[in-house]
Structure formats: structure tokens, C-alpha cells
Design a protein around this ligand. Structure first.
Ligand code: DC
Length: 233
């Protein structure tokens, strides 16, 4: 990928095939819920030896804080107050993986003030090089990222994956209920006026519907390192 190669070069070592030799490498990964972008982002970050930020966890934390305080996520004052109080380093201590937190996240994420509050932290995080995944990384947070991927999968495949995840974590939920939830969140994330879920013009498209984690990782590496020219770019 042209914007990427001046900053990194293939390395013949066994643990990593990329070596930094310039400004920090920033990778933007966007896509709808349960498209596989989180797992992919973690693998890419480990592969390149750079930190990873799951930006959805910030919105989930804000939503969870509002719920925990007995507020409603559609209350802008409660949402902005939570965004201002958020300690990004303490996010995992909150209950952010439930479908309630996901739904609340999607509601607070539609508020421009909440997004502005979280934007600064995301850009600071990326300064030294990082993989960020979310909905608006390639379009708004890091429009000049070195490489961008837009990860998609069919709604049914995403519902199956998220359903299995939730059930493994002890939630009793059917794939049909997960599908309904994902469809509602997709519509809200793509339809909002501020920073909607969207593919940047220069993002590579990666469809993981028929790929397992390893195959998706290899396909992403191939796109990043320019071995394939599918998608934009
Ligand atoms: O990736 P996720 O499902 O954990 O994200 C939770 C919600 O947060 C999602 O419905 C939309 C919102 N979000 C966003 O608006 N922008 C981001 N960069 C990341 C997440």
C-alpha cells in the first residue's frame, strides 16, 4: 500500500515481518458491529508491535456510566457528563460488553458533544503509532492514517458471531434477537448526522463473511502490505 511503505519495510525476522523506520504507523479499521474488526485489530497491533485502541469501548463506557447512575442514554447532559468523567484507563472495570451497554453506546455516540469529548483522547492515543478500530476512524479520527480497512460481513454471520460471544459470556440470547439488535444499531450508527459509520474513499474493503479469524488476518495483511489491490487504494 503506497502510503504505508515509506514508513515500514518487510523484515525477514520470524516474529514480525514489519520494521518501523520513520514516523509512527497509524492503522484505521472501521466497520459495523461484530464484523470481526476488533479481533483483527488486536492481531494486527500485536503483529506490528503497536498499541491498539477499541474506540467502541469508550462509547460503551459512557453508555454504561449513564446506566449505572440510573440515567437515560438519550439524555444529553447525562451522556456528556459521563464522557467528561470517563477515565479511559479504567474502562474495562465497567460492565461494557452487555447488549444494554452496546445499545446505550450507540445512543450516546450520536451526540456531537460526546464525540468531541472522546476525539481528543483517540487522537492522542494514536500519536506514537497505533491500530484504532471503530466507525469513524478513517473518516474523522485519523483521516490521514497510513492505511485504512473497512471490514464488513453479512448481518447473519455477524449475528451468529456476536450471539456465540454473548452466550459464552453467560447471556441467554438467540441469534434472532442478536440480529434484531444489530440491525437496529447498524441503522442508528449509519444514519446519524455526525460521524456516521462510513467507508473512507481510500479504505480497503475486507469482507469476512466466509473467513475465519486466521484467514481474515492474512487477508488484512495482504491488503496492508499491498500484495492485493482489491477495494479502494
Ligand atoms: O464497536 P462497538 O460495537 O463496541 O461500538 C459500540 C457503539 O459505539 C456502536 O454502536 C457505535 C459507537 N461507536 C461510534 O459511534 N464510533 C466509534 N468510533 C466506535 C463506536
Amino acid at each position: 500500500m503506497p502510503g504505508f511503505s515509506p514508513e515500514i519495510e518487510p523484515d525477514s525476522g520470524p516474529s514480525s515481518n514489519i520494521r518501523h523506520r520513520g514516523p509512527a504507523v497509524r492503522i484505521a479499521i472501521d466497520g459495523p458491529a461484530a464484523s470481526g474488526k476488533g479481533t483483527l485489530s488486536r492481531r494486527l497491533a500485536a503483529h506490528y508491535g503497536i498499541p491498539h485502541l477499541d474506540t467502541g469501548s469508550l462509547y460503551r463506557a459512557v453508555g454504561a456510566m449513564v446506566l449505572a447512575a440510573g440515567g437515560h442514554p438519550s439524555d444529553p447532559a447525562a451522556a456528556l457528563g459521563a464522557a467528561r468523567r470517563l477515565d479511559p484507563d479504567a474502562v474495562e472495570a465497567l460492565d461494557i460488553r452487555s447488549s444494554e451497554a452496546g445499545r446505550a453506546a450507540s445512543i450516546v455516540a450520536a451526540m456531537p458533544e460526546v464525540r468531541a469529548e472522546l476525539l481528543r483522547y483517540q487522537r492522542r492515543f494514536a500519536k506514537g503509532g497505533a491500530v484504532l478500530d471503530g466507525r469513524d476512524i478513517g473518516t474523522v479520527v485519523l483521516p490521514d492514517a497510513d492505511v485504512k480497512l473497512f471490514v464488513v460481513a453479512s448481518a447473519e454471520a455477524r449475528a451468529r458471531r456476536r450471539g456465540a460471544e454473548l452466550r459464552a459470556a453467560g447471556t441467554d440470547i438467540s441469534d434472532a434477537a442478536v440480529l434484531a439488535d444489530l440491525t437496529e444499531r447498524d441503522a442508528r450508527d449509519s444514519g446519524r448526522t455526525v460521524s456516521p459509520l462510513a467507508r473512507a474513499a481510500d479504505a480497503h474493503l475486507l469482507d469476512t463473511t466466509d473467513l475465519d479469524i486466521e484467514a481474515a488476518f492474512q487477508a488484512a495483511l495482504a491488503l496492508i502490505e499491498g500484495r492485493h489491490r482489491t477495494g479502494a487504494g
